[in-house]
Design a binder for this molecule. Structure first.
Ligand code: ADP
Ligand code: TRP
Length: 345
């Protein structure tokens, strides 16, 4: 019997930052290190999704490999046979299934997706790519090709998971069982036994989350940032003029973000950090401590990153991609038969 699949992907449109690391990478790597006996872990780079927002195409391939190196430096066990790491575009079945799924999806359904609506409002429909519009069918294909049950993602991706569940149910009820329907977002939260809503905020504008799609990157701590720049970014983080340290994300978002970051990188609970700083009237010492904790972490991390064995990584990628092609092609063939593209027998 094959093991249930846990699958997730991180776009490679830019370098990864501490938010991606804490919110996405560490949790899946933790599962890969501790639960690969019970589950198959698929961690992939949705490289075709990487340019739904603009990227420098002359650097994209290098960027993809760089992000994969980050997975390894963060502790992804490449030697575990239940862990597959691969690039979406190296398994062409993703694009093919996405097309088929798109043909069973309503235009209205995709127009109503929050991410598409927000971006088209911001950029105008003339400037938003059709790739953004067609993002959900490709993401559904990423998941359904491998019959994944668990798909750990942040809150902002919930709608895409719901879309995947809906299209899987719709196609299963029309054609017979083609796909495993991934667990509902609620069941997934229970399974992962923790809130997946950790959100590190942008240091310059703490009303928004730290994001690798941010144009300036001034409020973003990238994992490969120079250490003196990291210190500078944290020391000049936006706070407030209350002049009193409190953990109050609604009113003092910048400060609360620093407290969160300090706790996470110094291995202290929120309570422990607050005990030391809450009530103080100057923000300097808290900023200093936060900067030092992050710099200490990154110092070690960047040494590991420089030590990643590229040859071994490429071998793992190619081996995983060969296995994934077989699995994905097998699912695709069932679908092709069901929709009449291939003979049934
Ligand atoms: P970004 O906005 O940085 O481009 P993505 O939307 O590609 O990030 O998300 C990649 C993964 O990283 C997702 O699982 C998401 O939940 C997680 N993630 C992104 N930003 C943050 C953040 N600021 N804090 C915590 N997790 C984050
Ligand atoms: N949309 C996801 C994000 O921005 C990335 C992604 C693409 C993904 N395909 C996926 C995540 C399949 C999980 C499963 O974070």
């Amino acid at each position: 019997m094959s093991k249930p699949v846990i699958l997730t992907g991180l776009r490679a449109n830019n370098n990864l930052h501490i938010g991606n690391y804490l919110g996405a990478l560490l949790p899946i790597i933790d599962i890969a290190n501790n639960r690969a006996g019970e589950f198959q872990i698929n961690l992939f780079v949705p490289d075709l999704h990487s340019f739904t927002t603009p990227v420098d195409h002359s650097k994209l391939h290098k960027q993809i490999m760089e992000n994969l190196r980050v997975y390894v430096a963060a502790g992804l066990p490449l030697d575990n046979a239940s862990v597959y790491v691969y690039r979406q575009s190296y398994v062409p079945a993703h694009s093919e299934l996405a097309w088929i799924i798109g043909c069973f999806t309503g235009f209205g359904e995709l127009s109503r997706m929050t991410e598409f609506k927000d971006k088209s409002k911001r950029l105008g429909v003339e400037h938003i790519g059709a790739g953004q519009f067609n993002y959900p069918p490709l993401m559904a294909a990423d998941i359904l090709l491998y019959q994944a049950e668990y798909v750990p993602v942040g809150d902002d991706q919930r709608q895409n998971i719901e879309f995947t569940r809906n299209i899987a149910e719709r196609m299963n009820s029309r054609f017979g069982k083609l796909f495993t329907v991934p667990k509902s977002v609620k069941e997934q939260s229970l399974f992962f036994a923790k809130d997946q809503s950790l959100r590190i905020r942008d240091l310059v504008d703490p009303t928004k989350k730290m994001s690798k799609s941010d144009e300036t990157g001034r409020g973003v701590i990238f994992l490969n940032d120079k250490l003196d720049l990291v210190r500078k970014k944290i020391m000049s983080a936006t706070t407030d003029s209350y002049g009193r340290i409190a953990y109050n994300p609604a009113e003092q978002a910048g400060l609360a973000n620093l407290i969160d970051i300090l706790g996470l990188f110094s291995g202290q609970t929120l309570g422990q950090v607050c005990k030391q700083y809450v009530g103080q009237s100057t923000y300097g010492p808290l900023k200093e401590a936060t900067a030092s904790a992050v710099v200490r972490f990154l110092e070690t991390f960047q040494v590991k990153l420089a030590d990643v064995n590229d040859k071994y990584l490429l071998e793992k990628l190619e081996a995983s991609e060969a296995v994934m092609q077989d699995t994905a092609n097998n699912t695709l063939l069932h679908v092709q038969k069901a929709v009449g593209l291939r003979p049934k027998k």
